[in-house]
Design a protein around this ligand. Sequence first.
Ligand code: NDP
Length: 312
Amino acid sequence: MEHIRCLIIGSGPAGYTAAIYAGRANLNPVVYEGIQPGGQLTTTTEVENFPGYPEGITGPELMDDLRKQAERFGADIRSAIAIKTDLSKRPYTVTFDNGDEVTADTLIIATGATAKYLGLEDEKKYAGMGVSACATCDGFFYRKKVVAVVGGGDTACEEATYLAGLASKVYLIVRKPYLRASKIMQERVLNNPKIEVLFEHNTVGLFGENGVEGAHLVKRLGEADETRYDIAIDGFFLAIGHKPNSDIFKPWIQTDEVGYIQTEGATPRTGVPGVFAAGDVADPHYRQAITAAGSGCKAAIEAERYLTENNL
Ligand code: NDP
């Protein structure tokens, strides 16, 4: 079985940044790209808030640059998905869907999180053409336009408030007759004159010629007074939660009730020595490319220290 000193699973900003640092520290990192090579940013068009790109850069280009930078320092990047881990004893064992089985002295988990979608065909049809799961990433493109946000939790309220600072009007589409968000977030939404909350509404489709121009809504779905109508919108934002990609680590690693990996304070250390978590898989709060990259850097520094301290 192949033995690896520093194994990185995931190829978003966290994984590649960890690979750059680990490569420069001569740890000969091996990166397994995972389900979505390049991570969530490959599904975004323009990235304007990653420092160092005054004119902005597309998500795929940014990830391509990060990948090249990691390769320049010797990262061995492979395409396969981790399907099983054994972190009960050192060295740790990881099995991949292409049949690879490796052992590792240190493991950096950078598997990210996947935004939840409603499951409508139209969400796929208009991906990158008006449908987004990240207001901070894409909100800027909807200045003075009309947008809708789906969800009733803290994320939805936060995104609706953020978008209200840019857009001319924001619909918040909530399936229940109340918001699940914290009181303060609810108040912010309900007191914002630009936000109209549509309680007890479900979205059943989107329409538009060259991008989203509107949504088909149903009020009180399945009730006697069910009503169907359309609203005109330019952007449709999902904020119904994320699923951290942590399932295969759960037997060994502490997660919160949603599945986010819990690390020790502000460090990327998990409860398992030599195993670190970086990026969105361990971050329910910020979920930004730059914060993920920062935590990937921390994880690689921790891995290097761990290997030195243990003479590995
Ligand atoms: P939540 O799980 O809290 O909320 C998800 C929301 O989406 C709920 O209103 C839910 O509706 C709705 N929803 C889920 N599935 C569907 C669907 N298929 N159709 C329509 N609506 C749907 O997720 P969040 O991302 O909002 O928050 C995750 C965690 O992060 C929470 O603990 C939250 O408090 C925290 N957070 C904190 C922030 C802060 O403190 N500033 C900011 C952002 C998040 P329903 O209520 O009917 O289930």
